[in-house]
Design a protein around this ligand. Structure first.
Ligand SMILES: [Zn+2]
Length: 690
């Protein structure tokens, strides 16, 4: 229904633009006719080097269960509430555009990159609109877009802090000019796809043309730019929308610039960010290791994957696979989080910030794990899933979403975490949160560095777009959740299906075919690597395919309406241990059930129990218990833990026999911790081998 309405509206816009805007530049008009409105969030429709192509925005809608509930939270609370922050005196962002447009007096508020954060929030609204068709959301954006247009300079430049402060353009990478542009391009491309209007896209194109004039030909003094390079993904999306190859060329230039000049002091780069921090020490095509700022890194890799999808350059995908292996297999937390340290050193001893550090160096209490880094890890993995068609990337995407992304927002939808440690101490051992910029002991309603909240808002709002992909002759189920899918397969045939499940609280998934072509096609089901023993039934009969966890189970047949596919995914409770080189988790275990990592939190322990007193027996009998009215509706894992109150003194002391106390408790999903006031929490606990 919504789709039809959008198409009609688009046609009206075209008629309107042809008849009423006679003064419009004829080149723009000609281009407008050629713009590509089709495509998903990441538009793969014409990408030659993609195995699993994105579904169109709005093709999949959550109907019930976990992600439907989270979408509703985002739709009703998180995104509108964030809008009042951004438009008011706390969030500054909208006012910055008004000030740059000369419509308001005053200093620039927030940070240099705040424009980009505002574009992300706008993008989140577009995904809501694609699902709920609420025209008011887009009417409100039109008002905002008009102001943004007024803020844009004649030559296309747009970065409000630089404009309001009358700072010199391209003076320092920390001005985040390209980060702002990148989010503008992505947001404007999505806006065009969901509305058919070019008002936002025109601003993006004008800006990208200006950026092209700045960076092409490449100037040596500009070679260090591209800090927090969201512009690479944005430019590829702009290319996919307009088909203008210069945007792809520009995206490739920004990939080529990494490591193109010696990592020495330069006026555009602060001393502490020279080298690995900004992925500048090694050309991307030669990189073997995940280094530096974890958001910058994942944005660069995701952008490079987008470039590969268009160019098919082998050296790029080879490098990305090596980097993935380093990032995911040696530097990632159990929750899918990345960026072990706030301030530290790379393996080559460059100073780094909010960054990866050495392999297996995984502190829990001081883990940085910026919500944006975790989300961008999922973005990178979604792109590799699309390029390679390998389920292992879908596993990481899912892991991040259920754990290290979702932990960034409270159950209610108004309070945020920026840093996401795996342990929280109170009192003795507590960090100095008073003087921290981004680390907090509990979620807060506003973070002066406000990049993560709108990033999470847009990701929750768009997640149904990641739930399925189109394969060569069929459909891939990437994520499980109650939804309806109505899409057109790559051969042009219609497919409609319905998914019903209470995943991840239980592992029964039912997919009913509602409409399908009359020829054979495949349905690929991602079988998570933890899901040993998964069974698949068709109309009640078990399939004889060998089901291999960590791969897609491919079922190809002649499907007909009302065929029912049932998946029985075991939701076992597992103890997890770490590689012996991870010193921080030696002889400790974490609890995982399905895609969810669990933690233990002080409200679930006897009064005055310290979180570090908690041990767990290998023989503990643990049971999942669904509690619809607890923490927004979660399954807890209930069982007995051992307590060893630490009564000894001194940093080091002679070993004492433990005097165990036992207590019944509940483990809660990691994403749901810190919703009951200031607490202590840990994911990892020492194991007792009784
Ligand atoms: Zn962030």
């Amino acid at each position: 229904m919504i789709k039809l309405r959008i198409i009609t509206f688009s046609a009206l816009v075209l008629i309107f633009s042809c008849t009423d805007q006679k003064k419009e530049d004829t080149t723009t008009k000609k281009l407008a006719v050629n713009y590509d409105r089709s495509g998903g969030i990441v538009n793969h429709n014409s990408s030659p080097h993609i195995k699993l192509k994105s579904i169109e925005i709005g093709d999949c809608k959550w109907t019930e269960g976990f992600w439907a509930d989270k979408f509703k939270m985002a739709e009703e609370i998180m995104i509108p509430h964030m809008g009042t922050l951004f438009k008011g005196d706390i969030g500054f962002a909208y006012d910055n555009f008004k000030k740059a447009a000369g419509l308001k007096e005053g200093e620039a508020g927030g940070k240099w990159w705040h424009d980009g954060d505002f574009y992300k929030w706008m993008e989140a609204n577009m995904y809501l609109y694609a699902q709920n068709g609420d025209e008011k959301l887009m009417d409100d954006l039109d008002e905002i877009i008009e102001i943004i247009g007024k803020a844009q300079e004649e030559d296309g430049y747009l970065s409000t802090h630089v404009q309001i402060k009358k700072a010199k353009r391209w003076d320092n990478i920390l001005q985040h000019e390209l980060y702002n542009c990148g989010h503008l391009y992505t947001s404007a491309s999505i806006h065009y796809r969901v509305t058919g209007k070019t008002n936002f896209l025109d601003i993006a194109i004008k800006n990208a043309n200006y950026i092209y004039s700045v960076f092409q030909p490449q100037k040596p003094e500009m070679a260090r730019f591209g800090f927090n390079p969201s512009q690479i993904m944005g430019l590829v999306e702009l290319y996919r929308t307009t088909k203008d190859k210069k945007y792809l060329e520009l995206a490739e230039i920004f990939v080529n610039m990494r490591g193109s000049v010696e990592a020495t002091e330069h006026s555009t780069v602060p001393y502490m960010f020279i080298g690995d921090h900004n992925q500048m020490r090694t050309p991307l095509r030669e990189a073997k290791e995940a280094v530096g700022h974890a958001v910058l890194a994942n944005y660069l890799w995701a952008g490079a994957a987008d470039v590969y999808a268009e160019t098919g350059e082998q050296a790029i995908i080879d490098a990305l696979e090596r980097i993935w292996s380093s990032a995911v297999e040696k530097k990632m937390y159990l929750t899918g989080a990345q960026g072990q340290t706030h301030h530290g050193a790379s393996g080559r001893f460059d100073m780094v910030h909010e960054a990866f550090q050495e392999d297996y160096l995984m502190p829990n209490s001081t883990a940085y794990n910026e919500t944006c880094a975790n989300i961008s890890n999922a973005m990178f993995n979604y792109r590799l899933l699309s390029v390679k068609g390998d389920a292992k990337y879908g596993d990481i995407m899912e892991l991040v979403m259920y754990n290290s992304a979702l932990v960034g927002i409270s159950v209610e939808g108004k309070d945020y975490f920026y840093a996401n440690p795996l342990r929280m101490n109170k009192g003795d051992g507590e960090r100095n949160y008073e003087s921290a910029t981004t680390e907090r002991a509990e979620r807060v309603p506003y973070i002066p560095v406000f990049c993560c909240p709108p990033n999470l808002a847009r990701t929750i709002a768009k997640l149904s777009g990641w739930a399925y992909s189109k394969s060569k002759n069929g459909i891939a189920v990437n994520l499980y959740g109650g939804n309806v899918l109505e899409t057109v397969l790559l051969d042009g045939s219609k497919l409609k299906l319905k998914q019903e499940t209470n995943y991840p609280w239980d592992g029964d998934v039912t997919v009913t075919i509602k409409e399908a072509k009359k020829e054979k096609f495949e349905i690929l089901f991602r079988i998570p690597e933890w899901a040993e023993g998964t069974k698949i039934m068709i109309n009640g009969t078990e399939v004889d395919n060998k089901i291999v966890p960590g791969t897609f189970a491919k079922i190809e047949r002649l499907w007909k309406a009302e065929d029912i596919i049932t998946l029985d995914i075991p939701m076992d409770i597992d103890f997890i241990e770490g590689h012996p080189l991870i010193e921080e988790v030696r002889n400790q275990v974490a609890i995982k059930r399905g895609p969810l990592v669990y933690c233990i939190e002080s409200p679930d322990l006897p009064e005055n129990t310290k979180i570090l007193d908690v041990y767990v027996s290998k023989k503990a009998e643990l049971k999942a218990n669904h509690r619809p009215d607890f923490l927004g509706g979660v399954s807890t894992i209930d069982g007995e833990v051992l307590l060893r109150p630490d009564l000894a003194t001194g940093m080091y002391r002679k070993l004492q026999e433990p005097n165990w106390k036992k207590t019944e408790t509940s483990f809660v999903p990691y994403f749901a911790w810190s919703n009951r006031g200031r607490s202590e929490m840990t994911v990892w606990m020492p194991i007792v081998w009784e």
